[in-house]
Design a protein around this ligand. Structure first.
Ligand code: NAD
Length: 301
């Protein structure tokens, strides 16, 4: 069965409209997201536009700060500091990648962790790794797939938990294999699955016999960036397969990391590219903005 991230994202975004309207009724203010783009990278422009559109749909206010590609790291940090100190700003997102003369890690750290809607700040990453929230008794739903860590969780792995919840399959005790160990997808994904009581293996570029490792997976997450790396011989019959990869092929079309046609009849559930993880990532960015607003509101900001 195909997991439509597009449909699940649409459902979640409609729900967020109502959440935001209710917040406005209660507090007289809607969440406010500032999206910063440095330079004119065409792919970044598309991503930024999608995020602004999603915010508008969810009734979240958004501001677009388009800064010159010549801006210095110091000037960018000063801009961010101004937004950190602005009580009317709940979320700050700096679209990556940044021009080579700017240190991305320094910029991620410059954003106040409370306003870091991407969940990339070391305080948020540490919070995910150090805490193991108590499992709630109710089954995870697409609406609250992630136990409450009290901090911001990276959008892509968080969205994947919603996709997994949509299958209705119990995660407790399952074998999960995450292919890819990046700090924004693979690593947080592994921790979230561990906290959902899965037994998790992280595979990466030095893993030997990748197909054999993948075949152990009841849940296989591919986050590599190599088109069709995951072939039919990587799939255990009945596995759930989530494809994070976005790869532009020579003919201009998009491919995931999974050979979808070869794997779809072996898997019990599989997410497509496009229309799988991508729309969920943007949707979780909206949810993170709402959550940052709520946490700030509760602290009396
Ligand atoms: P990354 O380049 O930071 O990490 C890639 C990982 O893949 C590394 O950990 C590496 O060890 C591993 N790897 C490389 N070659 C391998 C191989 N042959 N076998 C096994 N592992 C291998 O990438 P990332 O930022 O995690 O992104 C991964 C992919 O997911 C990219 O295609 C990216 O565009 C996509 N992505 C999609 C979304 C979305 O919203 N859909 C979000 C983030 C990333």
């Amino acid at each position: 069965m195909i997991i439509s991230g597009k449909d699940i994202a649409a459902q979640l975004r409609s729900d967020m409209q109502q959440q935001v309207d209710a917040m406005f009724a209660e507090y007289g203010r809607t969440p406010n997201l500032v999206v910063i783009q440095v330079g004119d990278d065409p792919a970044s422009s598309i991503y930024v536009r999608n995020k602004m559109r999603a915010a508008e749909f969810c009734h979240i206010r958004s501001q677009y700060l388009h800064l010159s590609g010549e801006i210095t790291e110091k000037e960018l940090c000063a801009q961010i500091e101004q937004l950190n100190n602005d009580d009317d700003v709940d979320g700050i997102l700096v679209q990556l990648p940044l021009p080579a003369h700017i240190d991305e890690e320094r910029i991620i750290c410059a954003i106040h962790a409370e306003k870091d809607v991407d969940g990339f700040h070391p305080d948020n990453a540490a919070c995910l790794w150090l805490h193991q929230p108590l499992q709630t008794n109710h089954i995870a739903s697409i609406y609250n797939p992630v136990p409450d860590y009290g901090c911001t969780i990276a959008c892509t792995p968080k969205g994947i938990l919603s996709l997994l919840a949509s299958t209705g399959v119990e995660l407790d005790g399952k074998r999960a294999v995450v292919v890819g160990r990046s700090p924004i997808v693979g690593k947080p994904m592994a921790k979230l699955l561990m906290d959902r009581q899965c037994t998790v293996t992280i595979a990466h570029s030095h893993t030997r016999d990748l197909p054999a490792v993948c075949r152990e997976a009841d849940i296989l997450i591919a986050a590599v960036g190599k088109p069709k790396l995951i072939t039919a011989d990587c799939i255990k019959p009945g596995a759930i397969v989530i494809d994070v990869g976005i790869n532009r092929l020579a003919d201009g079309s998009l491919s995931g990391d999974v050979d979808f046609e070869a794997c779809k009849d072996i898997a019990s559930f599989i997410s497509p590219v496009p229309g799988g993880v991508g729309p969920m990532t943007v949707t979780m960015l909206m949810q993170n903005t709402i959550d940052c607003y709520k946490r700030r509101q509760m602290k009396g900001n």
